[in-house]
Write a protein that binds this ligand. Sequence first.
Ligand code: NI
Length: 176
Amino acid sequence: MGPMALLKIARMGHPVLARKAATVENPADPAVQRLVDDMIETLEDLGAAGLAAPQVHAPWRVLVYRLPEDGRVRVLINPAITPLEGEPVTDLEACLSLPGLAGAVPRAAVADWSGLDRQGMPQAGRAEGYHARVLQHEGDHLNGILYPMRMTDLSRFGFVEEMRKHAAETTEESPA
Ligand code: NI
């Protein structure tokens, strides 16, 4: 195997982010293994929570993300993410493909997930809270959906730097 590489991130507006990604037929294919290695290296270099293959211009159903409980990286190939019924939870999200921005996105609090690991072995589980949010966000990337398309209140969309700067004022203005 050759040296790993940092991959260039596609930003919102690039058509690769708007398309439905293709199913991986053979996870053992060296090109798929190489993509997974490079995605993990890119994820770690950027200190990101998750990365979907279309974000690195690779239109395949591959995700890598950091498990919130211990920081280990999970690889999911051809994932199925199923949000469960229930009261949605709204929280801020950011995305490598919309650098500098964040927005409040309603998501299911719990999601079932399944997919193949990098060896092609089936795996499945149930995720809650932030873990469920990351999975829903990354799963959306495989279907051409970016988080602003999930927002219901665009007044809560903006530059992280400004939001941080004015967080105190906003809190004061908001009645308890
Ligand atoms: Ni994203």
